[in-house]
Ligand binder design. Structure first.
Ligand code: FE
Length: 276
C-alpha cells in the first residue's frame, strides 16, 4: 500500500466521492468538460494506443471499451467509477500530487492508491492489468468470487460430461498425443473449460509446440490453478480450471517468450468459441 490518503469532510460533497460502500476509482490522464470529453472520446475511437493514457490504450478498442474489460468490471464485487484527472485536482493536496492515470480505492473517507501511474505504464496488456487488479483487490480484502462450480459432485459431473470428458477432467486422464481436436488448430477465438464454460485461453497465445497437445504460452489471468504433480515418477505442475477444478493438463518451463511457459492442455478439456 503506497499511499494512505484522507479527504476532508468538506470534500464529501464532491461529485465523485460520495459516502457509501467501497468504490474502485479509475482516473484517466485526460480532462473533463464537453470539448475535452469529445476529443477524448474521438481519440479513444480512432487511436487509443497513441493516447497519453496507458489505461485507455489497454482498455479501449474501436468505438468502446473492450468487452473483456467491461465484463471484468461488471463481475467485480465493488462499484467502479471512471473519471478524469481535473475532477480530482481540486481535492486535497496529497491526492492532486498523484500522477495519472491511477487506480484508487475509496473506503468511506479513506483513499488508497492501489495501482500507480508507473505501474500502469509498465503493464503491457489487458490481461496483466486485470491480473494486477485482482491481486491488489485481494490485498485490500476484496475476495473475488472463486470456484463456484467446485461444489458440483462427481455424480453430477458424470451425468453432465461425456465419458471421455469425465475421464480427463475429473479423473485426470490424458488424451493420446496428436489426436486432439485442437492440436493442429489455429482459428481465432477463445478456449473455454469443457466442464464449466469458463474462458481459459485466447488463441492469441496458442502456438505449435509439436508436443501433440494444444499449447499456450499464457493463460487468462486467475483462471487456472497450479498444483505439484509427482505421479508417474515425474515432477510436473498440474493445471486445473479455477472455477470447477477440472483437470486441463500441465504447465512446463520450456515455452516461448514472453512467458517462457508452455501450458500443455488436453483438447478434450477445452471447448472453442470463435468470438473474442
Ligand atoms: Fe471449469
Amino acid at each position: 500500500m503506497k499511499y494512505k490518503l484522507y479527504i476532508s469532510m468538506l470534500l464529501l460533497s464532491s461529485t465523485i466521492f460520495s459516502v457509501g460502500d467501497k468504490e474502485l476509482i479509475f482516473i484517466y490522464n485526460a480532462k473533463s468538460g464537453l470539448v475535452n470529453e469529445m476529443i477524448d472520446f474521438a481519440h479513444k475511437i480512432v487511436s487509443p494506443g497513441t493516447y497519453d493514457c496507458n489505461l485507455c490504450a489497454m482498455s479501449y478498442g474501436t468505438f468502446t471499451k473492450k468487452k473483456r474489460w467491461s465484463d471484468y468490471i461488471n463481475s467485480l464485487p465493488i462499484k467502479s467509477t471512471f473519471t478524469y484527472k481535473d475532477k480530482v485536482s481540486a481535492l486535497e493536496k496529497e491526492l492532486s500530487n498523484l500522477k495519472f492515470p491511477t487506480i484508487i480505492i475509496r473506503d468511506g473517507v479513506e483513499l488508497n492508491e492501489i495501482i500507480s501511474r508507473d505501474e500502469i505504464n509498465s503493464i503491457k496488456n489487458l490481461n496483466q492489468l486485470i491480473s494486477l487488479l485482482n491481486e491488489r483487490l485481494d490485498e485490500n480484502g476484496m475476495k473475488l468470487k472463486k470456484g463456484k462450480d467446485k461444489n458440483v459432485t462427481e455424480q453430477e459431473w458424470e451425468k453432465k460430461l461425456t465419458p471421455e470428458e469425465f475421464h480427463i477432467l475429473r479423473e485426470k486422464g490424458t488424451e493420446k498425443p496428436f489426436t486432439g481436436e485442437y492440436d493442429k488448430f489455429d482459428k481465432e477465438g477463445m478456449y473455454k473449460c469443457a466442464g464449466c464454460g469458463t474462458e481459459l485461453f485466447s488463441s492469441d497465445t496458442k502456438y505449435d509446440s509439436g508436443c501433440g497437445w494444444p499449447a499456450f504460452y499464457e493463460a487468462l489471468p486467475d483462471k487456472i490453478e497450479e498444483t505439484a504433480d509427482n505421479t508417474f515418477g515425474m515432477k510436473r505442475i498440474e493445471i486445473t480450471c479455477e472455477n470447477c477444478g477440472g483437470h486441463l493438463g500441465h504447465v512446463f518451463n520450456d515455452g516461448p517468450q514472453p512467458s517462457g511457459l508452455r501450458y500443455c492442455v488436453n483438447s478434450i478439456s477445452l471447448d472453442f468459441n470463435s468470438e473474442k
